[in-house]
Design a binder for this molecule. Structure first.
Ligand code: ATP
Length: 246
């Protein structure tokens, strides 16, 4: 089943200091399958955040069409930003439950907190959290709404390597318990290989999809850095066009 169909004919921004427009996305067509973990990899400025904002419905100033398969009356989109965007005057638990309907099941939140190893921290305020913990809270908040699609925009950027690895493993544990269609943006090819069912490589503006590759490393050895590195080397060998994007 297809979860998201993207057909963007044109997305432009006003070009700084010029009368003309800067074309960010042109004739981009993607068909993204349900319940897959999809990583979007592309150079800085190629339009990845723009694409996520359009899919999320935050940016409607484009020509084309986006279709999101939905299980609810209106499509529910979870969005994890680079900045966790937690409300400082709310506890961890309150930040998670703030956007949930009034009849939400507290046991679901308990289970999410437990899977992300935050049960002990649920009543503290964000200023007491490390960046890795704040990122985990923002991931729970996105999963808690049971989204049709989960968008993640470089959520592990600026974490040190061991913390990024820990949060990545917790995220995959959560996703395996509650499969969702995930669109995850990253610059880091190793991170993408460790996470993804499918990699989509995007070119510089105007953005276009350059290659689409399935990652066939079994999930139970995705923490094996040798397997990840071997896949990366072969990928770059078989698809030299990708090198220019990294
Ligand atoms: N509000 C805006 N006004 C004008 N130009 C913009 C605006 N937002 C983005 N752009 C331009 O559109 C292009 C795509 O930007 P976008 O942030 O989507 O790229 P990105 O791939 O997410 O970048 P990065 O990986 O660095 O976060 C860039 O050239 C950027 O300068």
């Amino acid at each position: 089943m297809t979860a998201i169909t993207v057909d963007i004919i044109n997305k432009s921004y006003p070009a700084a200091g010029q009368a003309c427009l800067h074309r960010a996305i042109a004739d981009l067509k993607l068909s993204l399958p349900s319940n897959e973990f999809i990583c979007l990899v592309g150079p800085s400025g190629c339009g990845k955040t723009t694409l996520l904002n359009i899919i999320a419905g935050l940016d409607r100033d484009y020509s084309g069409e986006i279709t999101v398969e939905q299980q609810h009356k209106a499509p529910k989109i979870g969005y994890v930003f680079q900045n966790p965007r937690l409300l400082p005057w709310r506890t961890v638990r309150e930040n998670i439950t703030l956007t949930l309907p009034s009849d939400y099941d507290p046991k679901t939140v308990d289970a999410l907190l437990e899977t992300m190893q935050l049960t002990q921290a649920q009543h503290v305020y964000p200023e007491r959290l490390s960046l890795g913990m704040s990122r985990r809270v923002s991931i729970i908040r996105a999963f808690a709404v049971d989204p049709d699609v989960l968008l993640m925009d470089e959520p592990f950027v600026s974490l040190d390597a061991p913390t990024a690895r820990q949060v990545r493993e917790l995220l995959i544990g959560l996703w395996q318990q509650r499969p969702h269609t995930v669109l995850f943006v990253t610059h880091d090819l190793r991170e993408a290989i460790a996470l993804a069912d499918r990699l989509i490589f995007l070119s510089s503006p105007p953005m276009q999809a350059l290659s689409e590759i399935r990652v066939d490393i079994p999930r139970n050895i995705r923490d094996d850095e040798t397997a990840i590195e071997a896949f990366r080397q072969k990928l770059l060998q078989d698809h030299p066009e990708i090198r220019a994007l990294l």
